[in-house]
Ligand binder design. Sequence first.
Ligand SMILES: [Fe+2]
Ligand SMILES: [Fe+2]
Length: 379
Amino acid sequence: MAEDLGHVLDVDDETYVRDIICRKLSADGYTCDQAENAEAALSMLSQGSYECVLSDINMPGMDGIELLRNIRLADRDVAVIMVTGAPDLDGALEAMRLGAHDHLSKPLNLGHLSLTVERAIEKKRLVEENREYQRDLESKVTERTRQLHEANEELRKLFMGSIKALAQALEAKDEYTQGHSERVAEIAVGIGKYLSLEERDVQDIWLAGLLHDIGKIGVRESVLNKPGKLDADEWESIQKHPVLAERILAPIEELSEVISIVRHHHERFDGTGYPDGISGSGVPLGARILSVADAYDALTSKRPYRDALSVKEALGVLDDASGTQFDPVIVRAFMSSTELHMPASETLSRGGNLSSLQDAKYAHGAPPGPFALRPTDQS
Ligand SMILES: [Fe+2]
Ligand SMILES: [Fe+2]
């Protein structure tokens, strides 16, 4: 059985023209149906599957141009060839403008007829193949993008898991700072959000909060947990933890901003902090925020050498050190954001009082300054 080259619908009000066309196309290997007017053609198109429509332009009732318009309105991909009475250049041009693939003039050249139908069907198939290719490509791109997002998300989770494990490793070593890193991270994020920082910066501040004391892994436990006065060597050893943290985290490229915050979380606004003694806006904003969050959590936590302070007392201490140890803008933001959630009169269950901090301050020889927390206070 010969190959079917395609399904063609011939629309013409003259029976003999339809017969001639269909006989020729059938002989050439096409399946050819006939419609005697445009309405019948639309009905057949809605029921059958055609690759090509050959339509006369001048027909009683709906003419060929209107038929073409209806076919395109129905969004059918079928190739349309208009058959125009000679000379009907305007009709042919209008048909091409409306999306006809080609046009033929009467009287028909039958050899030309087959060639035109073949070309129109080929063009239609190419358009369909191209569209299918595009669709396939789009779905492949969508699928690959989804897989990449999944892989990234997986990596991010692994990465975050490692970070938390690092923070927990530190807290297992220092019994007095359990939960400290997570609390500092949360407080710092609260300040960052209050200041309407970019999502990305808030994320960096959160990570920096989790990791800020990771360098203490390199500090002896006897120093970290020492209840008494720190000697000069011990004090120096504790002061190394921001730089040690930087060395630990340096291999992780994604953490460059976070590392900078971690390195500088013990700088002071007046420039008397460590490790670099930078001041004011020279201290990264994230570090200035972390510094306040760190001190607040340390003050409201129990330490080997003192009880915890109440919220009100801790806020009072921060206020006293605003402009010297801390950036006043950050202290104000923290106070405002804290007041939004917690009345200043409310105390944390950890309790505490200001005099115990002052006792600790003088008893353990903290560095000079209007507000002198021990290194492990703001730790
Ligand atoms: Fe800390
Ligand atoms: Fe620290």
